[in-house]
Design a protein around this ligand. Structure first.
Ligand code: SF4
Length: 312
């Protein structure tokens, strides 16, 4: 940020901090052993909010409570290193109640449940409550990178948001609730799991939420289509016949080789995307052709790896 913009923001905000009577903050951690709260931040505005007004109200999710003061040692290292790549973050504020003559003289702590107890009762989903909000999973997510945070429509975006939001705010598949689409906002590539400092298996949680969503949504056109596809795929002859029949789709494809409008019940699928026209020759037909057989023979001749026991 240019220095003159930073100076303007500083002048404006400092005036606010100096004159505001009541401040509302969040908290990164709380310690059950001592009643201490902690805010970890980079700019110092948080510390002004915590120290200058007469009254401080802190709103904090109940999952942020650590058992012992010594536990902070671990988390104060994990958070900045995973979040901004710093060994230590610039401003770590800690306070325990009020100190006469120093800082806010009136302090209120609001411990927020808001769906967290229900998430804790979920044997699989409770893992998401380990999140320390470092954003490492957001920074590596290919979906978040392209959609940005607002697309998630909730306080928590990115991979962990796609898990936490349905858990905390509910997911009502039957009512077409946007939250029920969040678990599908992932390629399940696993980059988030690799990056997470507290080892939350986000891809598995997303799959579990998809399962819950499917169970809850009752009979849908998609479910019926999947059942029909499963029945066809179990029968090779039927599958071959279906593949041949799908070739008719080429008749309705446009010049670009895509179908932009599918008939009901598949209309929803083509409402926001084009569908590639079926190829002239399926892979199985190619494999059974002279060209396919010759290609497979050539590949077998080139293969130099281990040979399975039953082919020796
Ligand atoms: S899920 Fe893991 S990586 Fe993502 S914000 Fe939470 S702690 Fe960080």
């Amino acid at each position: 940020m240019p220095a003159h913009l930073a100076a303007a923001a500083r002048a404006y905000l400092r005036e606010k901090f100096m004159t505001t009577k009541v401040a509302v903050s969040g908290a990164n951690f709380a310690v059950a052993e001592t009643g201490t709260l902690s805010v970890v931040e980079s700019e110092g505005n948080g510390r002004m909010c915590l120290t200058l007004p007469e009254t401080l109200i802190t709103v904090m999710g109940i999952e942020k409570v650590l058992p012992r003061f010594g536990d902070l040692e671990v988390f104060l290292q994990l958070l900045p290193r995973s979040s901004t790549g710093e060994r230590m973050n610039p401003y770590t504020s800690m306070w325990t109640g009020v100190t006469p003559g120093d800082g806010p003289q009136d302090f209120h702590l609001v411990l927020l449940d808001n769906g967290r107890t229900a998430a804790l009762a979920d044997r699989i989903g409770r893992e998401a409550l380990n999140c320390i909000r470092c954003s490492a999973c957001l920074n590596v997510c290919p979906v978040y990178e392209r959609t940005g945070g607002h697309a998630y429509g909730s306080t928590y975006p990115g991979p962990i948001g796609a898990v936490l939001t349905p858990q905390l705010a509910g997911m009502h598949a039957a009512d077409d609730d946007p939250n029920s689409s969040l678990p599908y906002a992932s390629t399940l590539c696993g980059a988030c799991f690799d990056a997470c400092p507290v080892k939350i298996d986000i891809p598995s949680l997303l799959v579990e939420l998809r399962h819950q969503n499917t169970e809850e949504s009752g009979t849908t056109a998609e479910k019926l289509a999947m059942k029909a596809a499963a029945a066809v795929m179990k029968r090779p002859k039927l599958y071959t016949a279906a593949q041949r029949a799908s070739g008719l789709g080429r008749a309705v494809a446009g010049r670009g080789g895509t179908i932009s409008r599918l008939p009901a019940p598949f209309r929803g699928w083509s409402a926001s995307r084009d569908t590639p026209a079926p190829p002239r020759q399926t892979f199985r037909a190619w494999l059974a052709s002279d060209e396919g057989a010759a290609t497979m023979r050539a590949a077998a001749d080139e293969y130099t790896g281990p040979v399975p026991e039953d082919e020796k």
